[in-house]
Write a protein that binds this ligand. Sequence first.
Ligand SMILES: Nc1nc2c(ncn2[C@@H]2O[C@H](COP(=O)(O)OP(=O)(O)OP(=O)(O)O)[C@@H](O)[C@H]2O)c(=O)[nH]1
Ligand SMILES: [Mg+2]
Length: 137
Amino acid sequence: MEKTFVMLKPDAVERNLMGDILSRIENKGYRIVAMRMEVLSDDQAKKHYEEHVEKPFFPELLEFITSGRVVDMVIEGEKAVAGMRKMLGATDPNEAEAGSIRGTFGFSKSTNLLHASDSLESAKREIDLYFTEKEIF
Ligand SMILES: Nc1nc2c(ncn2[C@@H]2O[C@H](COP(=O)(O)OP(=O)(O)OP(=O)(O)O)[C@@H](O)[C@H]2O)c(=O)[nH]1
Ligand SMILES: [Mg+2]
């Protein structure tokens, strides 16, 4: 069993896609271990996306990810890290597989609905950023 970190981004919440996305995750058989809605501070967003802070697109990413409510989640399941990335689809929704979440609902690379950890190592780091050990049993 693996745990991974997933975040519904402000566009997913704003567009009332929470239910659709959560039911896909549940229908897949993954367990939603922990979940919280919040508005990220600049500081939290910089920690979350630390590998992108120097990238040219970072100011746009920072503005977007702090622009509204997000939903932080820990998802558990067999091979859940790679499995959730597959469910998301490619970063650019216009290149994402048709059946994926981004491929189904998304249309813009900068507002692509959700985030999921890209490796077990990132999952551990990101889960620790958002949840305490006590919350993720
Ligand atoms: N405008 C713009 N945004 C980008 C570009 N590359 C990445 N981003 C944004 O930055 C986010 C993080 O980039 P990556 O970590 O490479 O992509 P990802 O892992 O599919 O997306 P996340 O799950 O959000 O981390 C993406 O989800 C995009 O919204 C780019 O070239 N231009
Ligand atoms: Mg990423």
